[in-house]
Design a protein around this ligand. Structure first.
Ligand code: SF4
Length: 318
């Protein structure tokens, strides 16, 4: 097992009329081959921007202004357009929140699979491509006959399974799943996560699962990275983070999950709002909401400290 993705000091900015949105600030993150990394945090914390940056899919005015994204040692930030196009789908796949907007409504499912295959695999004929699409539908637990249908003829859960099949048809080794279950109901969501777990083993996948849903990461992730205000708050094995969160933001996130075993008349919430990323607070970006804030937190950005197999950015851990 080696490192498949090594993000070093990544910084992504969005210059807009009122200033610069500092969406991702100096993020370091490593993914080891075969693991599922859950990337969690509130909306606007920078997790999806980080995912889009890996495939250089940021929309203007978003731009990577610093850092490296090493994929098997090659820096994606420095790649040419041709190199990036070969990487997308072929070696790294991404699935998005809403499959209906990602599938073309005018084409049958078979056409969408074969087009992907014929574009990337020169010399492949249409009949073989169709056969590969049939095999993929079987892996997804969908009857291959449904290849002849249009996206609108399928349920939301089936469309999301088709999307993941299209992502995997070219045998990538890294899958970025950006909030893949947001549009699914809880039953279909559980089935989809089971499927993702099966496919991970079948296709020897490494997965970056971007989500605000801690239940999803609990079910699937080996390790978790918690983002806040464009920075990494904490990274570590999933079990350790759920049992003993070190960062006050992670502690707040976990405390806000309703527990049916406890008599809780009110849901627990975290006070305050996410930071303004045009004018982020000085020092620790979480300090205006932190119940343990100290003087140093208001002026100095916390160092990232190693605690066993975990990394945490908090002055409390000095
Ligand atoms: Fe709270 Fe300070 Fe730790 Fe930030 S560095 S999370 S403000 S204790």
């Amino acid at each position: 097992m080696g490192t498949i993705l090594d993000i070093q000091d990544l910084t992504v900015h969005f210059p807009i009329s009122i200033g610069t949105v500092r969406a991702v600030e100096g993020v370091n993150l490593k993914l080891e081959e075969g693991e599922v990394m859950g990337l969690v945090g509130e909306s606007g914390c920078g997790k999806s921007t980080l995912g889009f940056s890996i495939l250089r899919l940021l929309r203007p005015p978003g731009e990577i202004v610093g850092g490296k994204i090493l994929y098997h040692g090659e820096d994606i930030v420095q790649m040419t357009t041709e190199e990036i196009l070969a990487l997308r789908g072929g070696r790294i796949a991404m699935i998005f929140q809403d499959p209906l907007t990602s599938l073309n409504p005018l084409f049958r499912i078979d056409a969408q699979f074969t087009e992907t295959l014929l574009t990337h695999e020169k010399g492949l004929d249409r009949k073989s491509a169709f056969g590969r699409a049939e095999g993929m539908l079987e892996s997804l637990g969908i009857s291959p006959e449904r290849l002849l249908e249009y996206p609108h003829q399928m349920s939301g859960g089936m469309r999301q399974r088709i999307m993941i099949g299209m992502g995997l048809i070219l045998n990538p080794d890294l899958l970025i799943a950006d909030e893949p279950t947001t549009s699914l109901d809880v039953i279909v969501e559980a089935q989809f996560l089971d499927l993702l777990n099966d496919l991970r083993k079948q296709f020897s996948l490494t997965i970056l699962l971007i989500t605000h849903n801690l239940g999803n990461v609990a079910q699937l992730a080996d390790r978790i990275t918690v983002m806040y205000g464009g920075t990494i708050a904490e990274t570590g094995p999933a079990g350790d983070i759920f049992e003993d969160p070190l960062h006050p933001y992670t502690q707040g996130l976990l405390a806000s999950i309703p527990n049916i075993k406890l008599d809780q008349p009110k849901l627990i919430t975290m006070p305050g709002s996410p930071p303004d990323l045009v004018n982020p607070p000085p020092g620790c970006v979480f300090h205006p909401r932190c119940p343990h804030v100290m003087e140093i937190c208001q002026s100095d950005k916390p160092d990232v400290l190693q605690k066993g197999g975990r990394l945490v950015a908090c002055w409390l851990q000095r």
